[in-house]
Design a protein around this ligand. Structure first.
Ligand code: KIV
Ligand code: ZN
Length: 389
């Protein structure tokens, strides 16, 4: 992990918050494989699970901890002694162990979920962070539902967490409620008002209930956060978490406008996305940014024509940059003559102008009746035409 202040630490929680998505559970072997892939991609911190939740989760965290070399391995713990003890034991064998402890700080959570008042929550913050520091030097503290928390109380909690030894302060938008300007402003105000705020790394953790998780994470970085918590494919509770691949590419593609970068090898993004989808059985939506099947596919005639002239007309990044082999010009009823001619040439056909017109007309008739026109359809269509059928 770099100490460079313009480098953003990527904290991947696919195996913890991602796995909390109903139906997305992973086996030990799947998690081990994923941990290796994430480490090879350049992820800085991996949240491998919630050790107190089950024996299986404990085993996953401790096995990943014992195998990881340069990546920080983190286990989650509520602010209860037994959770912290289990997390401490689970990460003990890691070269770079971290305990991530959290407690809710918003009025609605404190009243209905915790049934605790502000003083009791403050006491738990100090106690849990101090206990965690008894196991590891690297302790992250999170204020669950931070974005619906009273600002002064949030400052007091973060203040105490830092004074008790937390080295990362995470400000989760637990229910995806925040808007970008608001989230950015929250970091700016926290960093300004919390004592010794420069002693900790500030972190974003955004959920996607309003579809704003990535935008909010980037806004948080603009407000001073230097760690971003995210998951592959945006996997996570309800509408999911901020998608790692989108954050990485939003920063990279717009480096003209954004001073911060991650250390992620983006050419592995497509592979990571496919593997997480296979493991969890959660399909990636076709039009998903960066890793969706259609992210580099063009069907309309106008776009295909533009792409054939210069790929910057309709693509802001190269497919190879994210590990996709090539742009695809999909032939369908909206495709134009240029794309059709290009396809024929790629398939090895050279037709004169009349034959091309004829083939194009036949192709359009077929495309009106058939949703997907495959290479085999075009080969059959042209072969029939050339043989006079
Ligand atoms: O969304 C959330 O608040 C969390 C915490 C446990 C960090 O996942
Ligand atoms: Zn979360």
């Amino acid at each position: 992990m770099t100490e460079n202040n313009s480098q953003i630490r990527i904290f991947d929680t696919t195996m913890r918050d991602g796995e909390q998505s109903p139906g997305a559970s992973m086996t030990l072997n799947e998690k081990l494989e994923l941990a290796e892939l994430l480490e090879s991609m350049g992820v800085d911190i991996i949240e491998a699970g919630f050790p107190a939740a089950s024996i299986g989760d404990f085993e996953c965290v401790s096995t990943i901890a014992s195998r990881a070399s340069k990546i920080v391995v983190c286990g989650l713990a509520r602010a209860v002694p037994r959770d912290i003890e289990r997390a401490g034991e689970a990460v003990a064998k890691a070269e770079r162990p971290r305990i991530h402890t959290f407690i809710s700080t918003s009025p609605v959570h404190m009243k209905h979920k915790l049934k605790m008042g502000e003083n009791a929550v403050l006491e738990a913050v100090g106690r849990s962070v101090s206990q965690a520091r008894g196991y590891v030097d690297d302790v992250e503290w999170s204020a669950e539902d931070a974005t619906r928390t009273d600002f002064d109380f949030l400052c007091r909690c973060a203040d105490l967490a830092i004074a008790s030894g937390a080295t990362t302060i995470n400000i989760p938008d637990t229910v995806g409620y925040s808007h970008p300007e608001e989230y950015r402003d929250l970091f700016e105000r926290l960093i300004k008002n919390v004592s010794n705020s420069d002693k900790a790394i500030w972190s974003t953790h955004c959920h996607n209930d309003l579809g704003l998780a990535v935008a909010n994470s980037i806004a948080g970085v603009a407000g001073g956060a230097r760690q971003v918590e995210c998951t592959i494919n945006g996997l996570g509770e309800r509408a999911g978490n901020a998608a790692l691949e989108e954050i990485v590419m939003a920063m990279r593609v717009r480096k003209d406008a954004f001073a911060y970068q991650t250390g992620i090898d983006a050419t592995k993004l497509s592979r990571a996305s496919k593997r997480v989808s296979q493991i969890t059985g959660f399909p990636v939506q076709y039009n998903k940014a960066i890793v969706g099947k259609n992210a580099f596919a063009h069907e309309s005639g106008i776009h295909q024509d533009g792409m054939l002239k210069n790929n910057q007309t309709y693509e802001i990044m190269n497919p190879e940059d994210v590990g996709v082999s090539a742009t695809s010009l999909v032939l369908g009823k909206l495709s134009g003559r240029n794309a059709f001619r290009d396809k024929l040439e790629n398939l090895g056909y050279e037709l004169d102008a009349d034959a091309l017109n004829d083939a194009f007309k036949r192709f359009k008739d077929l495309a009106d009746k058939k949703k997907d026109v495959f290479d085999e359809d075009i080969i059959a269509l042209v072969d029939d035409q050339l043989s006079g059928a």
